[in-house]
Each structure stands twice: as C-alpha cells, then as structure tokens.
Design a protein around this ligand. Sequence first.
Ligand SMILES: *[C@@H]1O[C@H](CO)[C@@H](O)[C@H](O)[C@H]1NC(C)=O
Ligand SMILES: *[C@@H]1O[C@H](CO)[C@@H](O)[C@H](O)[C@H]1NC(C)=O
Ligand SMILES: *[C@@H]1O[C@H](CO)[C@@H](O)[C@H](O)[C@H]1NC(C)=O
Ligand SMILES: *[C@@H]1O[C@H](CO)[C@@H](O)[C@H](O)[C@H]1NC(C)=O
Ligand SMILES: *[C@@H]1O[C@H](CO)[C@@H](O)[C@H](O)[C@H]1NC(C)=O
Ligand SMILES: *[C@@H]1O[C@H](CO)[C@@H](O)[C@H](O)[C@H]1NC(C)=O
Ligand SMILES: *[C@@H]1O[C@H](CO)[C@@H](O)[C@H](O)[C@H]1NC(C)=O
Ligand SMILES: *[C@@H]1O[C@H](CO)[C@@H](O)[C@H](O)[C@H]1NC(C)=O
Length: 480
Amino acid sequence: MCVYGCFLTSSVLLLSLMASVCSQTCNGPFIHPPHLLVRYGDSAQANCTTTDNAVNMIGWETPVGAASEGGAHLLWTVASVTEWALTDGIQCYTVSDTQGQCLHHLNITIYKPPARVSIHVVNDVGEFVEGQLVQLQCVIEDVAPYDHLSVTWFKGQQQLSHAPISNTTVHGDRSENVTVTQTLQLTASREEHGAQYRCEAELQLEGLQTHLVKSSAPLWIYVLFAPVINCSSKVQLLEHERLPNCTAEGNPSAKVTWFKGHQQVDPQSALRRKDGGQYTVMAKNSLGDSNQTVDIEILFAPEISCSMKAQVKENDILPKCTANGNPPPEVTWSKGHSVDPLLPLSRAQGGRYTVTARNGVGAVNQTLNIEILYGPVITCPPKLEVRENEALSGCVVDGNPPPEVTWYKGNHKSNPVSRQFDPMSKLGKMDGGSYTLFAESKPYASVHSTVDVVIISKGNIISMSGGCVLLVVLFSQIFH
Ligand SMILES: *[C@@H]1O[C@H](CO)[C@@H](O)[C@H](O)[C@H]1NC(C)=O
Ligand SMILES: *[C@@H]1O[C@H](CO)[C@@H](O)[C@H](O)[C@H]1NC(C)=O
Ligand SMILES: *[C@@H]1O[C@H](CO)[C@@H](O)[C@H](O)[C@H]1NC(C)=O
Ligand SMILES: *[C@@H]1O[C@H](CO)[C@@H](O)[C@H](O)[C@H]1NC(C)=O
Ligand SMILES: *[C@@H]1O[C@H](CO)[C@@H](O)[C@H](O)[C@H]1NC(C)=O
Ligand SMILES: *[C@@H]1O[C@H](CO)[C@@H](O)[C@H](O)[C@H]1NC(C)=O
Ligand SMILES: *[C@@H]1O[C@H](CO)[C@@H](O)[C@H](O)[C@H]1NC(C)=O
Ligand SMILES: *[C@@H]1O[C@H](CO)[C@@H](O)[C@H](O)[C@H]1NC(C)=O
C-alpha cells in the first residue's frame, strides 16, 4: 500500500508535488477493492474509507463520478464505464488535522472482449499456386487492453506454437480499445492444400473468472499443384488381374496414363503372363506432369510340360520334367512315396509316377508311365535234360525291349553255319548236344549262353542224381 501525505491541489500538480511536499506519514485512506477490473460499459464502484478520526474531508480525484464530503468513507460509483482515462487510475484523498493530506491510488483495468475475430487471406485470389507466398491475416476488432491480448493460430486441430508471424499492427490508442491485425506467412504447397486455419484471441486478465477467448471462423487454403504419383515401383500381380491403382495427387486432379515402352496401355484390361515388364505411369494436369516407372511381375500357377510316358535306361535317372510358372515352381516326384529323381533307376522301378509342380500361386500334378530299358539277360543252367518228343524248357531270357533270341546248335561263334533251332519244337533222340542261345536287343550288346542238352529216351530214364526226376519248368519270358 502506498501512503502519501500531501497538499491537495489538482491531480496533475499533485504528482509533481508529491516528492517535495509529502512529508508526513499517512495511515489511509483505504480503498476497496484494491484493484478494479471492469468491463467497458459496465458499472463500477469503489469504497474509500479512513480510520483517521481527525479527517475533515474525504474525496475522489477522478475524471468521472467525483465527489467529496466529510465522513469516514466515500463511495465512488459509475453507472457505465466508458471513459478510457480511468485506466490511469483514480485517487482517494483525505484531509485531516493530524495527518494533513493523504492520498491512495486505485488502479483500474477496463477490458473489452473482441467484438469480432476474423481471418482472411491478403490479396485473396481464391487459389494459390505451389510455391507462392500466402499471408493470412487475423483481425481482432475492438479489444482492450492491448497488452493483455494474446493471439494463437491453429492449423486444423494443431496449435502453431512457432508460427512465422510477419507482423502485428495495432489500430487505435493502445491505452484504449484497439483493433489488432496479425499476419501469418506461409508458402503454398501440396501439403497446405485443403489445410484449415483459424486464429484465436484471448484476453488474459488476472482476477477474471471466465476465459475471454474468441475464435475466428475457419479458413481453408486451396493450392494448385502439379501431380505427384503414389505408386509402388515394384508390383506383383496374378495373371488376369489389372494394373494397380496408382493414384496421382494433383490440383486440379491429374489424368493418369499408363505406357509400356511408347505404347499406351489400357489399365482396365486383364494382364497376361507375357505382359510383365517395365511400365511408365504418367500423371498430368494443367500445372505439369510427372512420371514413374513401375515394374510389373506377373505370377501364375505352374504348368507341367512333359510327355505322359517315357523310357529310361536302367541306371539312368528319371527324365527331366519341366514346369513353367512364376515364381519358378518346385518339381517333386512320387510313386506312392516321394522319390528322388536324381537317383539311378533299377529295372524294378518302372511304373506310374506322379510329378507335382508347386509355387506360391498353385500346384499341379501329372502321372507319368516310366518304362525301364535294360539289356538282354539269359538265365540258363549249363546242362538241360529233355525228354524225347518234348520241347526244350528251362532257359529264361529277360530284357527290355524284349530281346530277339536265336539258338544255334554246335559251337557258337566258331560254327556260324549251324542250323537255327526252334526250342519249341519237339526234340528227337538225336537232338542232344551243345546249344548256344543268343539274345539281342539294340542298342545293347548281345549276350549268349551255352547249354548242354541231354535227350532222355522213353523207357530209358537216366537218373542224374540218385533217382530224382529233373523237371524244369521255367519257360516264361523267352518270347513275348
Ligand atoms: C464502505 O465502507 C464502510 C466502512 O467499512 C461501510 O460501512 C460501508 O457499508 C461500505 N459501503 C459499501 C457500499 O460497501
Ligand atoms: C497500480 O499500477 C501500478 C503501475 O501499473 C503498480 O506499480 C501498482 O503496484 C499498482 N497498484 C496496485 C494497488 O495494484
Ligand atoms: C473503439 O470502440 C468504439 C465503440 O466503442 C468503436 O467505434 C471503435 O471503432 C473502436 N476502436 C477500435 C480501434 O477498435
Ligand atoms: C504488415 O502488415 C501490413 C498489413 O496489415 C502491411 O501493409 C505491411 O506491409 C506489413 N509489414 C511488414 C513488415 O510485413
Ligand atoms: C499412397 O497410397 C497408399 C495406398 O493407397 C496410402 O496408404 C499412402 O498413404 C499414400 N501415400 C501418400 C503420400 O499419399
Ligand atoms: C482400383 O480401384 C477400383 C475403383 O476404385 C477398385 O474397384 C479396384 O478394386 C481397385 N483395384 C485395386 C487392385 O486396388
Ligand atoms: C513423362 O513422360 C512423357 C512421355 O514419355 C514425357 O513427354 C514427359 O516429358 C515426361 N515427364 C517428365 C516430368 O519426365
Ligand atoms: C494330383 O492332383 C489331384 C487333383 O488335381 C489331387 O486330387 C491329387 O491329390 C494330386 N496328387 C498328388 C500326388 O499331389
């Protein structure tokens, strides 16, 4: 609290005299409230009181509502505060026999919430071209006090804490109501296209319960910009699908065209497997064009290309069965169980095989008949006993393809003129002897075997091994 003892002259003179004249110590007067916060146009009052019994006079030094009288208190009342000079404050003084003149100052804050807060574009042409400077102006009309005003900018929901504010201009007397214009500067860009801006004015007054906040209506920014293509540079598609949806952002909206080489292609047509490769997407609007290359890979399920049957030489491996597909399929073989196609095949391994080709897109299988080729084999004992008038049996000739079998009687190579022998015909008494059996199937080397044929005459059974009759029955594969 500030207490002075002075002579009252006029408030202006008083201030200059205070330092020299004021000498006594004052106790009072006191003002309630100690500080006055009043809205422009509202009523105001302040109560000046003194505890000094020797006071002769109490009065208010003020441009409006002045009065003075004797007594211990004096009320200052204004029905409607419209005098901005009151913001300098008013004084209550007392004149007393003991303390002389005493004075107390009451600070007054007159506030006026903004009448209107608006936002607009400086030199608005409706739309901006990318790169252009944009100035947004926030106009806060008819507000006081200026030094308690804060302006906040918002882009969408986000407060711009470090907004590049180019300037703030104030119209009117700063001790009264003012109109404040704040300019925000930004560069038109595709990111700003469609952005929403607004500004908010707030009066921050201590002692006021409610927050005095007023927002402008939102303002949308429209920016013209050349197209930007949003498309992945590598795309995998299934056969029969269409080219991907490559969006191109642009204002005005861009026209998207696809090229393969220099040939324009219809993105709506179904793709075939041979349509994979490098494409160019071009997006164009009145502001320019932009291109992007897109690698298209066409995926398709496997297709097996191998014949339904195959001949394989013994000890060779299964034939190569190629499968076409993208991604390249994995080819597996099975014959009831899985089979390693790289293992050499034995003559027993012919039969029906299943080839399966599988990739990420699908699987396909095919059955295959495998025939194993192997050279002639003769199985013949060194000696054969044949009853008279019966056919020769007991020699087996195997091979694939079935070998051609030739019999010779006598010493084979050294006796090439021997007559050809038909083992199916009945053998006579005189037909015993050494026979040579040749088996041949191209391209295999021919094989031969020599057998001693003994003819057993009727009623003259020769027992070779202690009375047992030798019966040879193997005679199946000689001729197919
Ligand atoms: C002013 O203050 C005096 C002394 O405290 C009191 O009697 C009086 O009622 C007050 N007047 C008003 C209007 O508050
Ligand atoms: C009144 O305002 C002046 C200057 O603004 C300040 O120095 C003083 O402390 C204020 N008095 C009260 C009682 O708030
Ligand atoms: C101050 O307020 C008056 C009305 O009370 C108005 O006419 C005037 O335009 C305002 N001044 C400013 C700078 O806002
Ligand atoms: C400040 O803004 C006003 C318009 O309100 C403009 O005329 C002036 O040139 C600007 N000053 C600067 C330095 O930007
Ligand atoms: C590009 O397109 C994808 C898918 O349509 C989308 O998720 C993404 O946000 C877009 N990116 C840009 C920068 O527009
Ligand atoms: C492309 O867009 C069209 C229409 O918006 C939609 O029907 C189609 O499914 C989209 N294709 C792809 C691959 O996203
Ligand atoms: C895009 O491609 C078209 C056609 O090939 C060409 O005329 C144009 O100049 C290209 N634009 C850019 C930005 O590369
Ligand atoms: C072969 O394909 C058929 C149908 O396409 C399927 O039923 C069968 O299980 C497949 N066989 C093998 C061995 O994959």
